[in-house]
Every structure is written in C-alpha cells, then in structure tokens.
Design a protein around this ligand. Sequence first.
Ligand code: RIB
Length: 308
Amino acid sequence: MPIIVFGSINMDLVANTPRLPRPGETLTGHRFTTIPGGKGANQAVAVARLGIPTEMVGRVGGDRFGEELLTSLRASGVGCDRVLQDNTTHSGVAMIAVDDSAENQIIVIPGANGQVDPTDLQRFTDVLSTASALLLQLEIPLPAVVAAAQAAKAAGVPVILDPAPAPTHLPDELYPLIEILTPNQIEAGQLVGFEVNTLDLAADAATVLHQRGVSTVIVKLGKQGALCSPANGEPFQVPAFVVKAIDTVAAGDAFNGGLAAALAEGLSLRQATRWAAATAALSVTKVGAQSSMPSREELEAFLATPGV
Ligand code: RIB
C-alpha cells in the first residue's frame, strides 16, 4: 500500500554562512548550493528511501527547476505521475541560510505550490483508498489541505498532518480529520496560544488538540525528544538521539517520513516515534533537505548501534 504525499516541492537555494545576518547587514558566506527540498517532497523522499512505495502529488513550474525537482524525486523512488508541471508560473523556491552552528533561516516563495487547489485532488482520488496514509503539510493553500483531509477521512485513510510552516490558525473542521498531528514546539504554541517548551507543556498542548478532535498528537521538542499523546492512553516521551548536527534543515520532514514509514510497516506508535526520531537525527548529520534523508540500511544500522 503506497503512502501519498500531497504538498510542496521547492528548489532550496542554500547559502552557508558563518552566522545568520542581522537586518540590513551584508555578510560573505562560505558556499552556495541548489538542493531539492519542499516540505512535501522532503517527506516523500524520506518515506521512499525507507523502502515504502510513495506517490507525490503537487505542482512544479514550467522551468528548469521543475525538471530537476522531478528528476531528483524519481531518483529517490518517488512516483511523480501525479505531479503537475504548471507552465503558468515558476517552481517553488526556498532561500535558506545555514550558519556554522547548524541554525537556519528560510524564506519560501511558493510559485507553483501556491496554485495548488482542491482540483488537484482529482489526480489521486483513484489511488487514495489504496493508501496506507496521506501526508500533508501547510506549504500549499489551506483549502487544498482541508479538501484532501476530507477525502482521506471519507476513504478511511489516516491523515498525518505536519502543521508547518507554523499556522496562526487552522479551521475547526480540520482537527477531527487528523489521525496524527506533529507540531514542533513553535507550531504547537501557535496552535494552542501558550508557549510549549517542556514535556509537561507539550502534554497540555496535546490535551487542547485532542479536545479539538485530533486523535494522536506528537510534539517534536528537538533535543528533548518527542512527546507522544495517543488517542487512548497516557502520553509518553521518546528521547532524542544524540548526534553531531551540521544542518537541521528538513529534520521535521525526516521525522514525519520515518514515522509514516514505520506505521506502514506495522510498528507500534512508540516504535514508530523512535524510527521518526532516528530518521530526523540521521538527517541533521548531512547537508541539505532531500539530500539528507537516510536509506533504510542507514536507519537500521543506526538503530542497531550499541548505546543508541
Ligand atoms: O522543511 C524544510 C523545507 O522547508 C525546505 O526544504 C524548504 O524548501 C522549505 O520548504
């Protein structure tokens, strides 16, 4: 059963720099690279590299980046027959600065991603009911996200929503359509209206999100690991893996890819959250977004390492 990812596809324009610039400041960086990214496409690559059949649905522009993005997705094993090449606009791009301490700043210009609308659903309704999960994020317009979640719910397919970039508000009708919501601490704070920077506060945020209708909430807390609050049962923590981070871009996408892949393999929620944390940990040890997603072999070797 495939995993379907409906979301953004970007070309990341990455500047590596000693530190992030202050407003109005010009800095000289170390290096410039273009690396395929986009929260949707990154999650698709993470899932596919872990050996699960994956279908990407979205749009690229009618430009050179569009071709390169599709080539890169296919090279990772992601099915792209449902990606539309939209000749009316350019491909999504993300201007990313990464500093020497692995901190980053990202500006996204949506391009073709911003044109995605509920009509894009027509390109995957035929496979939706065969999917083991639908992965969504918030880098395509909200009406398309809501329509996709409604279609998945009607088809009995679990929706895993990564509420990134941080939303100021989500429509009330979206929450009950979500099987698993995976905010990081900033996104959780935006959704619930209080700061979420400890495990206890993450559990409080999860309670609020359950009350709005979400089944399972997993709050990504960086070095504090993840707080997983299942639909039925007590919340539990899954610790973060200690690694040397060189680039944290797309760590959240790696987490969701690892989570979805593990659930597709039939692992428990606790084991799947451990896979997710391990996939994220491995991703921060490599440069870039899609380029940093680990293979199944790398993930299994990491999890089997004594002391990990
Ligand atoms: O989550 C990381 C991604 O955010 C980058 O690949 C960039 O494209 C932005 O969408």
